[in-house]
Design a protein around this ligand. Structure first.
Ligand code: PLP
Length: 359
């Protein structure tokens, strides 16, 4: 298999793919694939419930939170959140840390009043703000942040205490990569396609008081209470994706859980950050060291020509997805939960060899 460093959709554990392959044609003796089955059947309901309960168990989600499995990607949450949660006279407050925070803010602006609570634009978004830089205005309906900026390669290592103002996090690119105290958040949301499985399903973890009292004018599909009341089965769910997520969650559990995942991710990323830091300036890390992401490692080589050559040669050696995002250029290695340590060892070796040939 390829050394898959794609940013998303991203690697899925081989064991999970094999298990899905085994069950692909005939799921648990039903004589049909899970994707051919009614979403009202007892077998599918079990899958739907298991995905939710495993998430609760692995992420330590308290009982006063709902776990929703929705469609539309994290991008739909950019709009759904302000639609449901900006209160009359209130504003959505946003921590500006890069491309994804910006997309979230742009959608909220279409829906209501917004405020920028902090920004690291002056540092080209190459760091996350200190907690002391974040100012939550009095009229904030919530404070929104992006826990990991997939494109810039920066990650929060601590989260602000927002008091009574709900803290909301887009955790699309780092959910379940490290333990988090969920009770500090009002809402956590994430597209599945990086750390949880294939694209097609979006996880929303929402505190119960925030899933009530949405303005009456919001259409049914965009209301959190619709999905709470129906156990995420209001309409036809992305059943195959939910099934795959449940398998990935079983895999994380079998690996020892989220704390183990964090250690594994630290071991993996250390190999690559070390390759950057010990290159004597041949490779340059983009993110400031204190904000370096455990999920997306962004780096450059001093010449664009060499970067192109790096990408070409790495592809010939079986490495996939090392080209930086089109908005920022350079190189990026995404090291989500399912990326094996061996892939990172191979990449660190390739980086050293490439430097030897071109340094
Ligand atoms: N937020 C972050 C941090 C992301 O990395 C992405 C996708 O890469 C998104 C949101 C958008 O997710 P989706 O494609 O599920 O809408």
């Amino acid at each position: 298999r390829a050394f898959n460093f794609n940013a998303g959709p991203a690697a899925i554990p081989l064991e999970v793919l094999k298990q899905a392959q085994e069950q692909f044609v005939d799921y648990k003796g039903a004589g049909m694939s899970i994707m051919e089955m009614s979403h009202r059947s007892a077998l599918y309901e079990q899958v739907n419930n298991e995905a939710q309960s495993l998430l609760r168990e692995l992420f330590g989600i308290p009982d006063n939170y709902h776990v929703l499995l929705l469609q539309g990607g994290a991008s739909t949450q950019f709009a759904m959140l302000p639609l449901n949660l900006i209160r009359p006279g209130g504003a959505g407050a946003y921590v500006m840390t890069g491309a994804w925070a910006d997309k979230a803010l742009k959608e909220a602006k279409l829906v209501g009043d917004t405020v920028i609570a902090a920004s690291t634009e002056a540092d080209k978004f190459m760091r996350m703000p200190d907690m002391s830089e974040i100012v939550v205005p009095d009229n904030a309906s919530y404070l929104h942040l992006t826990s990991n900026e997939t494109i810039g390669g920066t990650q929060f290592t601590e989260f602000p205490n927002t008091g009574n103002v709900p803290l909301i996090a887009d955790m699309s690119s780092d959910i379940l990569s490290r333990p988090i105290d969920v009770s500090n958040f009002g809402v956590i949301y994430a597209g599945a396609q990086k750390n949880l499985g294939p694209s097609g399903v979006t996880v929303v973890i929402i505190r119960d008081d925030l899933a009530k009292d949405s303005p009456k004018t919001i259409p049914s599909m965009f209301r959190y209470d619709t999905h709470v009341k129906t156990n995420s089965l209001y309409n036809t769910p992305p059943s195959f994706s939910v099934y795959m997520v449940s398998l990935v969650l079983q895999w994380i559990k079998a690996k020892g859980g989220v704390a183990q995942m964090e250690q594994y991710n630290r071991d993996k990323t250390k190999l690559i950050y070390d390759a950057i830091d010990q290159s004597g300036g041949f490779y340059l890390g983009c993110a400031q060291p204190q904000s370096r992401s455990l999920m997306n490692i962004t780096f450059r080589i001093h010449s664009e020509e060499l970067e192109k050559q790096f990408i070409k040669e790495s592809e010939q050696e079986g490495f996939i997805g090392l080209k930086g995002h089109r908005d920022v250029g350079g190189l990026r290695a995404s090291t989500y939960n399912a990326v094996p340590l061996e892939s990172c060892q191979a990449l660190a070796q390739f980086m050293a060899d490439f430097q030897k040939r071109n340094g």
